[in-house]
Design a protein around this ligand. Sequence first.
Ligand code: IPM
Ligand code: MG
Length: 327
Amino acid sequence: MSGKRTPKVALVPGDGIGPEVIESALAVLQAAGGEIEAVPFEVGLGRWKRTGTALSEEDLIAIKDLDCVLFGAITTPPDPAYKSVLLRLRKELDLYANIRPFKGQRLNLVIVRENTEGLYSGIETIEDEEARTVRLITRRGSRRIAEKACDLAKERQKLTVVHKSNVLKSDRLFLKVCREVALKRGVPHDDMYVDAAAYNLIVRPEAFDVLVTTNLFGDILSDEAAGILGSLGLCASANLGDDRALFEPIHGSAPDIAGKGIANPIGAIRSTAMMMQWLGRPEVSQRMEDAVSWALQTGMTTTDLGGSYATREVTEALALRLTDMSH
Ligand code: IPM
Ligand code: MG
């Protein structure tokens, strides 16, 4: 997206710590000079309890009309028939690429996770004695995620395709297509079995740059990378389609600490920075990223990172820093 009209953003704070971290992210965005028109949606467990619907068809239609979605976190209601709101949004908006950057002392990598198929295909049966989940891998799905990953790897160093093709036929197709795309695009690439990747992420994370992988492997490896970085609370993500996007911190709704004012807002702030980049406001995005780096360097952090500050204190410090810098 480009142009300077004010972007319209569907705001889905959600449940648990979602509203707290989104409030913080919006305050920091404003201090960084970012302008958006936020259109709030009450979506999630709270709504489900009141009305029996967590996300309606009308919501979906309205959301599709806006530029993108900024999402906090949603608690999954205790109902076996219920489908996760986040998964529905990913599918309905065809957000096939989940981009998760991890940058810290020991690592600087991006996990590019296929977001619509694999073991999240939804093709499942469950009976008393047997349950099945179809691991769907398609040429089209593999090609488009490989293309997104190659776009990123072209600006960086290399691509590593993470798979389990020694066991899974579905991953033979995934690997083959990823290699074809990387070759065609002239992107330096290698590949690794997912178990080896899980090990190497811990023992030599500096060996990775851009990783591309299937849905569940990407889910697991991204929590691992967040652990290496020090906290899930630090990490951001972009769920991208061809012209739609949803930005969300990778942490969940953390009901145990909701309302206590101690949630780490950095994942949400970084997700908002990724959103501004996508919306064609790289300078706002950079200012937000720089402020976050400053907070981390000076120890202005919440308790998950060993700091002693509340969500509000971190937010105010960041906002003040950004306001000072603009004078
Ligand atoms: C994530 C989450 C989701 C996923 C859940 C909440 C459905 O773990 O975004 O990584 O599995 O994709
Ligand atoms: Mg996950």
